[in-house]
Design a protein around this ligand. Structure first.
Ligand code: 13P
Length: 251
């Protein structure tokens, strides 16, 4: 059965001491969350090692927000998948729209990154989603389908067991505008169909598909109640332990 997941993407927020405090608060409250809901915190690279220590022995998993598209060597400023695994990461987010938009992340790079992440034992949270103008032009299905085909169709059925998809409409990220539960469910069901098209219904049924974009305690319950929404990738609201936990308790 597919996992229910609530993951916090801290983005470029908090200093190391602030991040450690936030992680401690999440761990302290994690017992309030139903046991079948997996909690993940995705932190900046600088925070991974100290946060890994905080999470040790808890049920909360650690994720990075990105990884390099090269294995190792002369790539100044990059952080490899092997480094992330050795720092205690179980997951890495890849293909977040902010990386696609500001840092030239292409689908080709995402194939390389996903390959390296999986080869180093990491699980991947792959983000897909359309921009506002694409939604307004009615192209959101095509955009998400292309992003999935270009990246995930390069992988095997076995790889898919270690990949989670996050649908994050760009127009809903950090804007306060959430996709309605119906809009989100419609595209989640479509994404599951696209996955089934290549890997079959059993793999698609097993795949967790998370919603991201202005998800907060007040709207999480309705979103998570949809049959094809298996949790959330939370930005702003993950920076407050109370809100993050309240979202996870919405199940
Ligand atoms: P917000 O929850 O701040 O809209 O961000 C969502 C997101 O981008 C998570 O990756």
């Amino acid at each position: 059965m597919r996992k229910k997941i609530v993951a916090g993407n801290w983005k470029m927020n908090t200093t190391v001491p602030e991040g450690v405090e936030l992680a401690k608060a999440v761990v302290a409250k994690s017992a309030e969350v139903p046991a079948d809901v997996k909690l993940i915190v995705a932190t900046p690279f600088t925070h991974l090692c100290p946060v890994a220590q905080v999470l040790e022995g808890s049920s909360v998993s650690l994720s990075a927000e990105n990884c390099a598209d090269q294995e190792k060597g002369a790539y100044t400023g990059e952080v490899s998948a092997a480094m992330l695994a050795s720092a205690g990461c179980e997951y890495t987010i890849l293909g977040h729209s902010e990386r696609r938009q500001y840092y030239g992340e292409t689908d080709e790079k995402l194939v390389a990154k996903t390959r390296l992440a999986l080869a180093n034992g990491l699980k991947v949270i792959l983000c897909v989603g359309e921009k506002l103008e694409e939604r307004e032009a009615g192209k959101h299905f095509d955009v998400c389908e292309a992003q999935i085909k270009h990246v995930l169709y390069q992988f095997t059925e076995a790889d898919m067991q270690r990949i989670v998809i996050a649908y994050e409409p760009v127009w809903a990220i950090g804007t306060g505008k959430t996709a309605t539960a119906e809009q989100a469910e419609e595209i989640h069901a479509f994404i599951r169909k696209v996955v089934a098209g290549k890997f079959g219904a059993a793999v698609a049924d097993d795949m967790s598909i998370l919603y991201g974009g202005s998800c907060k305690p007040s709207n999480a319950r309705e979103l998570f109640a949809q049959p094809d929404i298996d949790g959330g990738l939370i930005g702003g609201a993950a920076l407050k332990a109370d809100d993050f936990i309240a979202i996870a308790r919405s199940y």
